[in-house]
Design a binder for this molecule. Structure first.
Ligand code: ADE
Length: 244
């Protein structure tokens, strides 16, 4: 996958993109990552990229005559998605990250200040994504969150043992609890089933724990999660037990 980012703050990407899984993805040749400084496309001596809004009011607006040519310089003549990170976009979910991970090329545009001139949206943006209902000072951290969520789903990035299919949200549920050695820590043990060696029992226990945790913490997710007859029976039992 190729990812191009347009930003006013290119340095914000260097640390995250040269550590851990993002670095590995690049090292393995699975991610071709490029950052472009929007200021390089400001065709004026002062490298001015923003201006005050028509009609007054506070804040500065990213200029259409800077940002649009910047996007056009990076975008090939194809249907590559050009995504603006903004609190007005559709909210990023695991499902959306999975869809994006199947694209060969993404262009991410980081807004800043009060926003971007609306004409940039009309001329050069194909999608708008938010990472949650709160406002950041700019799109850079949101772009990094999106890149991490997407790139870890590219086959090969997490290695052969990658367990993305078991992630929280991958099947519409939160993951249940995990344990590792030692078997006892400060008086707290490990559920017997996990050390029993019965794989089918372990799978059943994990499925139930995922349903339990989702019901306790994010019951809204259960309305959309694909549940089997057995799952539904377990959920009904959980609800009955909680009423006692
Ligand atoms: N820019 C500012 N706030 C944002 C958000 N919540 N998501 C994406 N981009 C943003």
């Amino acid at each position: 996958m190729k990812i191009d980012v347009l930003t006013l703050f290119p340095d914000m990407f260097s640390a995250v993109m040269s550590e851990s899984m993002m670095w590995k993805a690049r090292e393995y040749g699975l991610l071709d990552f490029h950052v472009h400084d929007i200021r390089d496309y400001a065709g004026n001596k002062q490298r001015k990229v923003d201006d005050s809004p028509y009609g007054g009011g506070g804040g500065m607006i990213l200029k259409a005559d800077v940002l649009t040519p910047a996007i056009e310089a990076v975008r090939p003549a194809d249907k590559t998605p050009v995504i603006l990170l903004s609190p007005q976009g559709r909210v990023l979910t695991h499902q959306l990250a999975a869809e994006l991970s199947r694209q060969p090329h993404l262009i991410l545009v980081c807004g800043h200040y009060e926003g971007v001139d609306e004409r940039v949206r009309e001329l050069a943006i194909s999608d708008e994504i938010s990472i949650g209902d709160y406002v950041l000072t700019g799109g850079e951290l949101a772009a990094l969150v999106l890149i991490d969520a997407v790139v870890r789903l590219i086959p090969g990035v997490l290695g052969a043992e990658g367990a993305q299919h078991r992630d929280s949200h991958a099947d519409g549920l939160l993951e249940g609890p995990h344990y590792t050695r030692p078997p006892e820590f400060r008086g707290l043990g490990v559920p017997d089933v996990l050390t029993s060696g019965h794989h089918a029992e372990v799978d059943r226990w994990r499925r139930r724990q995922a349903i339990k945790r989702t019901w306790e913490r994010r019951p809204d997710l259960l309305e959309r999660a694909p549940l089997s007859e057995q799952d539904r029976a377990y959920l009904a039992q959980l609800k009955t037990d909680s009423e006692d």
